[in-house]
Design a protein around this ligand. Sequence first.
Ligand code: CMC
Length: 425
Amino acid sequence: MADKKARLTVDGLDEAIELPVYSGTEGPDVIDVRPLTGNGLFTYDPGFVSTAACESKITYIDGANGILLHRGYPIEQLAEKSDYLEVCYLLLNGELPTAEQKEKFVNTISNHTMVHEQLSQFFKGFRRDAHPMAIMCGVVGALSAFYHDSLDINDPHHREVCAYRLIAKMPTLAAMCYKYSIGQPFMYPQNNLSYGENFLRMMFGTPCADYEVNPVLARAMDRIFILHADHEQNASTSTVRLAGSSGANPFACIAAGIAALWGPAHGGANEAVLNMLDEIGDAENIPEFIEKAKDPNDPFRLMGFGHRVYRNFDPRAKVMKKTCDEVLGLLGIENDPQLQIAKQLEQIALEDEYFVKRKLYPNVDFYSGIILKAIGIPTNMFTVIFALSRTIGWISHWNEFHSSPNKIGRPRQLYTGEQQRDYPA
Ligand code: CMC
């Protein structure tokens, strides 16, 4: 498999250590550092900035050129021509479905959208003002207590059924979080609606009136789901893989992914963007916030800007920006004050030397928050929607991990604590 080799000389070692170098189908070569352990050495890479933790065939990102491919297909084409459930099928199975496969897949997902009635009791244990991500961590983990018939991680059929259940039930659970917070009854899913339509109805419909889904908003919702579907080995996906490596059940692993996503440096950024726009309050305060973001002694960062992998425009952000303009135009809310601040912030950051030099472009979360707000989704639900969309990525990676020979994840460390010493006499 290795077509090249690297040689590492280390002070104190007589001979150079030979390390195999592998080439993927795209992207930089990787050096296999495993021979180092036999020589008493580990690599040191906090934040995994230079480490490939696995081999994967699902998603490829070229951060320098702003390219994102799912199973080889560019994200822009998927956002334009596909729909979320088709992208789910693609991520899970490796190929786009035929018309027949697609119909079967959509029917299967539709038949799994309800959650066990007993699960709704869990919500009552939470305070009404609980953050919906806190509820999601709990109720998604709790699914493992309900679906015992699909928990054999070594059985490909069980893994498949778990994936279907998760894709289908996430919108139902997400909408239940919202309904619980506002004291309205839960809405049962309606299986003749599309994935996006169903979600909007469960969010905004009530049992006492017909709810007519706006097709423009349903399409925007579907696009938001597609643009968040997967992003290779980010913090939450790596968490899901790591939790899965111990043999934990898939619902518990996805709950771990939800917890990792929640932070403002990752999926929590979409909520943080809107909170930041609120805090800025008025366009005249923008320069003050830009200065704070640039001050190395101030922990404040411009939320929705920068990315670990992209050193160029995030391709998802480009599509999101277009969708954002469309939705706001159609809803006639171009003059929203938060939106005006966002537009000015974007312009200044794109021209400011600090951001230009560090290649800090607006990321997907910068625009998604604005669209979600226009759709009427409350800010604290934004990260829940990211989690709902990313579930397919998480479960596809979890399934890939279990479909080939694997090892428990167990990083090592550079120990800098006390040396061995005796307990005082
Ligand atoms: N505002 C101001 N300065 C920033 C920002 C920002 N948003 N992001 C990075 N920098 C600076 C950082 O201070 C550093 O400067 P210097 O070289 O002078 O020390 C330089 O840019 C490089 O930053 P870094 O911390 O080494 O970058 P990273 O790859 O570790 O962090 C990040 C990536 C996304 C965590 C970071 O850019 C950030 O905190 N952004 C804001 C939060 C955000 O929008 N997150 C969503 C990411 S996209 C959705 C997702 O995939 O989860």
